[in-house]
Design a protein around this ligand. Structure first.
Ligand code: ZN
Length: 203
């Protein structure tokens, strides 16, 4: 009994993570019955989203496309950041969580994924060459801030081994972030303490 058009909107919305068919229907009904501007503005933003937002060339976070030379995110563009401290995270959301804690004055590298043999993600899928070249450019400490899950620990260990010949200090966030938990959901104070209390890692 739904018009085809609405059915298609529901179908597309239900492709989003965490959105089931019921929620998708709720969103679609809202978009079609609420003020027209809401649907139009959302549509316009989404239409040009990929044109305007890309991965930062240096760290893999998100950057706004501008007429500038290199495509860099606000953290990479910030000249006040400590170039000798590099924080490696799994996802952009983790970087955002750490930024909210205001305890990390350095720079970042976003892996985009974690080592996960069961899902077919091997060492070859991780940006190890990029990480090594960032470290060689003057980094003194690498904080391996992958989550305290099985995949996160395995990834940290692998990266620590890959960097072990470079003489860089390797650290891991202190406990406080719940095991298996996502950094994203740790509160600012807990995350700030975990960064301040980071421990040395010996690969
Ligand atoms: Zn960046």
């Amino acid at each position: 009994m739904l018009p085809d058009r609405i059915r298609r909107v529901v179908q597309r919305l239900s492709r989003l993570p965490g959105v089931g068919e019921k929620t998708a229907l709720r969103y679609a009904m809202f978009l079609v019955t609420a003020d027209e501007a809401i649907a139009r503005e959302l549509g316009e933003e989404l239409m040009t989203l990929h044109e305007h937002v890309r991965r930062c060339e240096q760290c893999g976070a998100l950057a706004e496309v501008r007429q500038a030379e290199r495509l860099l995110c606000p953290v990479c563009l910030d000249p006040r950041r400590d170039d000798s401290l590099l924080c490696v995270v799994a996802r952009v959301q983790d970087m955002m969580a750490i930024e909210r804690s205001q305890a990390m004055p350095g720079r970042y590298l976003v892996l985009g994924k974690l080592l996960s043999p069961l899902d077919g993600v091997g060492p070859g899928e991780l940006p190890i060459a990029e990480l090594r070249s960032r470290v060689k450019a003057g980094v003194k400490e690498v904080i391996l801030a992958t989550p305290p899950s099985v995949d996160g620990e395995a990834t940290a260990l692998l990266l620590a081994r890959e960097l072990s010949d470079l003489g860089v200090r390797l650290t891991r966030l202190a406990s406080g972030v719940p095991h298996g938990g996502e950094l994203e959901f740790a509160d600012q104070i807990t995350l700030g303490r975990a960064i301040d209390g980071r421990r040395k890692l010996d690969p």
